[in-house]
Design a protein around this ligand. Structure first.
Ligand SMILES: Nc1ncnc2c1ncn2[C@@H]1O[C@H](COP(=O)(O)OP(=O)(O)OP(=O)(O)O)[C@@H](O)[C@H]1O
Length: 289
């Protein structure tokens, strides 16, 4: 049984059940009625166990969409219309306390920039520990065990020593491993990774992709992965959504979208990934869905 934030009791959720439902979502920056939507009437469903890759050129609205789901939109942004439901819970209606309670237990994020997301004045052990105690009352020794185990699970072997490190004492790859450990600590239903390898050295990128794959496999986690890198998407994802100009122009199984794209924008994106330059200019009569 699963108790929702409103206290309703649901039957245990199964793989394949809808987890995240986004319906008619539009997000604008600025208050002007004439402002262009950064996310424009977007609808999709992510089912439990899906691994969805969200691709699209810079400015297509990927991060705005992720921020809307996580309820971390900047002050300049407004949701003009639509619904976002996670496990049946209306995320846009949640009050701050309820929001705090779903963060990290229902939905968690691996950010692009781990250094900017970690607090420079606390050790990583303290920051991991705070994530655990935000949702559970547990003793100090058990907390330390959990933190060290979480660090070991992301390939940080000397966890008893490393948990005493400050963020600046770790390499970029290590910091991203810490962020992944932090995101997974409370076993969220949905993991949103926003360009998790973009800020890393090329050699470290492959290790972090492998780590993400292993952790997601082990926990059968539902993943929404935002990436410019079609290679990373094809390695990790079973489904793909393509955004262009704030809209989802194509979505489907990765094996279809990445091999037989039906939208011309997806074709040009895949060409670009293969080093072939083909310009995409939207046909005004083209219907985007
Ligand atoms: N804080 C902001 N204030 C005003 N406009 C913004 C802000 N953040 C994003 N935008 C605009 O919203 C649109 C979507 O941007 P968004 O960052 O969501 O795209 P993206 O696909 O994630 O791009 P990138 O891959 O470069 O991160 C763009 O036109 C962008 O200029």
């Amino acid at each position: 049984m699963d108790r929702s934030l409103t206290g309703a009791v649901h039957a245990a959720a199964l793989p394949g059940d809808p987890l995240l439902v986004v319906d008619g979502l539009s997000v604008h920056y600025g208050t002007s009625k004439a402002s262009k939507a950064a996310v424009d009437d977007v609808s999709f469903t992510i089912s439990r166990g899906d691994r969805v890759g969200l691709v699209g050129e810079s400015g297509s609205g990927k991060s705005t969409l992720a921020s809307a789901i996580l309820r971390i939109l900047p002050a300049a942004a407004t949701v003009r219309s639509g619904r976002i439901e996670l496990g049946g819970e209306d995320l846009l209606a949640l009050k701050p306390a309820a929001l705090r309670s779903i963060r990290s237990t229902r939905v968690a994020r691996v950010p692009q920039d781990p250094l900017g997301s970690l607090n420079p004045v606390f050790t990583i052990g303290r920051q991991l520990s705070d994530v655990v105690t935000a949702h559970r009352r547990i003793g100090r020794r058990e907390r330390t065990t959990l933190v060290e185990e979480a660090l070991r699970q992301v390939g940080i072997g000397d966890a008893a020593v490393k948990r005493r490190s400050y963020p600046h004492e770790l390499s970029g790859g290590m910091r991203q491993r810490v962020m992944i450990a932090m995101a997974l600590l409370n076993h969220p239903d949905l993991l949103i990774a926003d360009e998790p390898t973009t800020a890393l050295d090329v050699t470290v990128q492959a290790q972090v992709v492998e780590l993400l794959r292993e952790r997601v496999d082990k926990s059968a986690m539902t993943l929404l992965l935002i990436s410019h890198d079609i290679g990373v998407i094809s390695e990790l994802c079973t489904k793909v959504m393509v955004m262009y100009g704030g809209r989802v122009v194509e979505q489907g199984a990765a094996a279809d979208v990445l091999v037989r794209p039906s939208h011309p924008y997806t074709r040009s994106l895949l060409d670009a990934a293969r080093g072939k330059v083909t310009a995409y200019a939207p046909d005004p009569t083209e219907v985007v869905s």
